[in-house]
Design a protein around this ligand. Sequence first.
Ligand code: NAD
Length: 369
Amino acid sequence: MTRKLFLLPGDGIGPEAMNEVRKLIAFMNDKQNAGFETDEGLVGGSAYDAHGESISDADMDKAMAADAVLFGAVGGPKWDDVPYEARPEAGLLRLRKDMELFANLRPAICYPALANSSSLKPEVVEGLDILIVRELTGGVYFGEPKEIIDLGNGQKRGIDTQVYDTYEIERISGVAFEMARTRQNKVCSMEKRNVMKSGVLWNEVVTATHGANYSDVELSHMLADAGGMQLVRWPKQFDVIVCDNLFGDMLSDIAAMLTGSLGMLPSASLGAPDPKTGSRKALYEPVHGSAPDIAGQGIANPIAMISSFAMCLRYSFNMVDEANMVEKAIANVLETGKRTGDIMSDGCTQISTSEMGDAISEEYASLLG
Ligand code: NAD
């Protein structure tokens, strides 16, 4: 069996982190006959330097043809002044748009060994495992009109439009319910139906989707502002949270910080299932950016990238045992006190990016037995 992976390491620490995933891919091909076939392209500033655009059509075609895309990070001060259409982030936005990646999955998992690194009390976050499902291609970031109008009296008016159609809410809530079935079977939908018409529709459609196809899943609703409070008060009450693009952007960042460092956080973005094969287009990336302040020093934390690969194993290839083992390997390495600089604490041993990658690969190998 061939599994086609397209790697887009990008800029800054992206390539450093991606190197540590390559170690696992090579091991799985060698020892587990995983059949990963990898190809690699350029995105972001590195693509701009090579082609004058943030991703080439040829690389876009490869991304579209792959079973899954692994993405590092893009951006950096070197490209601050490139034309707007060619800015590094444009490559990521094009990937999301052309692959129609409407569902963004952001897990917030607190490894027991890192419970003390959170800004919240350890008992509030230890063992935390929640999943935020954010709508990614609609809502206020894309709705029209979107403009700044000159009112002619020395005043201007900025306009963004929050807009959702039924099908967009149905498909994102469907993803949330399906994810919940593989976890604790609970979904909390968050919107602002008290002040927003799109929130009223959101609530109605999530409820109807639940009633039609997912009544085995426990559904609750919460106003998004209250949801923000509950996330920092007692986050373990949640399993899966589903929300629109804007609230998802904010709530997933809040959830992220419950767990310690940006260097730990993976994400997945999924498209609709192919009607013939049932497989979804998918892109996996760490939540962090290119971290220009530490790029090239070999000190970046590769765990967010490695756990993004674990999500890829789980969601694109149904390699659930392997995904669990990668996550267990990460937890075990952290238990031994090995840390990159960003998650370093007293009594632990600071190691480099590649030492962390090696440690996780070796632990994976020993878990495999
Ligand atoms: P950032 O996530 O790159 O870095 C924020 C801070 O966290 C920095 O101090 C960095 O050193 C640290 N950090 C991030 N990831 C780390 C890791 N794996 N290990 C250790 N420390 C880590 O965010 P930023 O500084 O706001 O942005 C830097 C560049 O990245 C900008 O050009 C921005 O546009 C871009 N960016 C890209 C993405 C993406 O590619 N998806 C996301 C966010 C930001």
